[in-house]
Design a protein around this ligand. Structure first.
Ligand code: ADP
Length: 254
């Protein structure tokens, strides 16, 4: 910690210095601004679970709280959050640097979508939304990377489930001209119109979900967009606050 290593008397000067650095930096234009925001978002995201964990561990060490199973579960949850964040960041930086290899081949979407839907259906609670597949068995083959397409869908389905309490989530595939569009439609919380332009930006999260309880990292859709683009497709969103959302992407017919 820098503050611990500098003498007290130097702190006003340091503050002054940081004020002038900030004002210099603010004139450096959008790219630099965006980069700084990113670093600060990232720092915040990484620090939050660490702070929670340190707090509990200190109280445990001092004997102020008991090591109950619930407490350990909470600590594990925070550890998982950190792991997920680091994993997502790794994927995102690989995708952005173009290091993710894309191995596009003729791909049959029907078995891919039905196995994904089965897998996610197992995670849903009985009182939660239902998960429906709407894909003709003879959907034309597309040209795409199986693993990457699955990863996109895992992100979209994970979100649909996370942000939908009741109703239904429909995974649909339809051919349109030379493309197959794959959509995930939910009846969940939806996204405000003003927020829609930002949903694919990394670290962006709608306000009510900023708290850690949603478990989100704001990276999933940025990765999804990159993976769609790397396969030559595009991704779109339509949504109404309080009503639900449709995320869809296309892949070329093989
Ligand atoms: P996160 O890990 O936070 O879900 P994403 O990049 O996947 O990150 O999504 C960014 C934000 O977009 C979410 O935090 C949420 O506010 C909003 N969002 C994404 N998918 C949905 C959805 N199906 N319904 C409502 N809001 C969504």
């Amino acid at each position: 910690d820098l503050a611990e290593r500098v003498p007290e008397s130097a702190i006003p000067e340091l503050n002054q210095l940081s004020v002038s650095f900030n004002s210099m930096a603010s004139s450096l234009g959008d790219v630099e601004q965006r980069r700084r925001e990113l670093v600060s978002d990232l720092t915040h995201e990484l620090r939050t679970p660490l702070t929670v964990m340190r707090g509990y561990l200190e109280e445990l060490a001092d004997g102020r709280i008991e090591g109950t199973p619930e407490l350990y579960l909470r600590l594990i949850r925070e550890t998982r959050r950190l792991e997920r964040l680091i994993h997502d960041l790794q994927e995102l930086s690989k995708a952005e640097a173009g290091y993710l290899s894309i191995d596009s081949q003729k791909l049959n979407l029907h078995p891919l979508l039905s196995s994904l839907v089965d897998r996610f259906a197992d995670q849903l609670l009985e009182e939660g939304p239902s998960l429906i597949l709407d894909c003709p068995e003879d959907i034309p083959l597309v040209f795409g990377d199986r693993d990457r397409t699955e990863q996109i869908l895992v992100n979209l389905l994970g979100n649909a489930i996370r942000y939908t309490e009741l109703g239904s989530i429909v995974v649909k595939a339809t051919k349109q001209h030379r493309q197959v569009w794959i959509s995930v439609t939910d009846t969940g919380v939806g996204i405000a119109e003003d927020d829609l332009p930002y949903v694919f930006e990394r670290f962006w999260r709608a306000d009510p979900s900023r708290s850690s309880h949603s478990g989100g990292t704001g990276i999933g859709l940025a990765i999804a967009r990159r993976l769609v683009e790397l396969q030559g497709g595009k991704i779109e969103v339509e949504s109404k606050l309080g009503k639900g959302s449709i995320f869809r992407f296309c892949l070329p017919v093989a």
